[in-house]
Design a binder for this molecule. Structure first.
Ligand code: ATP
Length: 253
């Protein structure tokens, strides 16, 4: 995607030939990608293909072995950028002995939210994920889906410019899932950049662009509509399989 000429905004994320290995195994293999501000970008790929590893590199939570990563024009990793994004990990990082509200207050203070704003943001974010009536319960008593919703509320509450969400809707029922996606779309419309990993095909179709990842490389990066058109597919799942088969000769960089 090219930057519009009139835009002076740096892209939210630029990865340039990023590579990451663990135990001599290449997990992310020379990946380049630009995500513009306000984009809702989805990462789709089989289990173990490198989605989590890649979004950690985008957020600067992990460091590439080679290549470079920039967030809003700043070379990563950089501690100051922690305030610019909200990260929701695949496993919930919550304090079980505290209530939902206390967890939110803890992380809100960490993000530097002042008391009056903090209270308001806790209410707003809790409402968004439908947790208002459970906020005073201890998190240990939450279901898996409630913990996911609390993690999402925490990632959202400081209204970051960039949201990085690793499978945010796992364990969340379809009705709430739909309303969370409506909210993500509306945040993107207001300028928030959102990067999300998913296994759910109807969620993938709601993204502005999708990166289809296999074995640490993109096999395609395009809008859902273009991916369908390019492959003559009726679903993203089918497009993924077709592109995967075509890829055998070489990956898209
Ligand atoms: N810190 C680490 N040390 C060693 N291996 C790792 C580490 N992090 C990831 N890996 C390996 O990298 C590969 C990709 O993992 P990653 O979590 O990025 O995949 P994923 O696409 O997010 O999978 P899933 O959809 O199952 O969450 C896996 O084989 C995993 O075991």
């Amino acid at each position: 995607m090219s930057v519009p000429l009139e835009s002076s905004l740096p892209p939210a994320i630029v990865l340039d030939e990023v590579t990451r290995s663990f135990n001599h195994r290449t997990i992310i293999d020379h990946v380049s990608l630009t995500v513009q501000q306000g984009e809702l970008f989805g990462l789709l790929g089989p289990s173990g293909s490198g989605k989590t590893t890649l979004i950690k590199l985008m957020a600067g939570i992990d460091r590439a072995d080679s290549g470079s990563a920039h967030m809003f024009g700043v070379h990563l990793p950089k501690l100051e950028m922690l305030h610019r994004f909200g990260y929701m990990a695949q496993s919930d990082a919550l304090y079980m002995e505290l209530s939902g509200r206390q967890n939110m207050a803890f992380f809100g203070k960490l993000y530097g939210l002042k008391r009056a704003v903090l209270k308001q943001r806790i209410e707003e974010a809790a409402r968004l994920v439908n947790l208002t009536e459970h906020l005073n319960k201890q998190v240990a008593a939450y279901s898996g889906g409630m913990k996911r919703r609390l993690s999402l509320a925490i990632a959202l509450m400081h209204q970051p410019s960039l949201l990085v969400l690793d499978e945010p809707t796992v364990g969340i029922d379809p009705v709430l899932r739909r309303s969370i996606w409506q909210e993500l779309r509306s945040l993107a419309a207001q300028g928030t950049t959102i990067i999300v990993t998913t296994h759910v095909m109807d969620e993938a179709e709601k993204c502005d662009r999708l990166g289809l990842i296999r074995e640490g490389r993109f096999i395609a990066v395009d809008t859902p509509a273009n991916l369908l058109a390019q492959t003559g597919s009726s679903s993203i799942e089918e497009a993924f399989i077709t592109l995967g088969t075509r890829m055998e000769g070489g990956a898209v960089r």
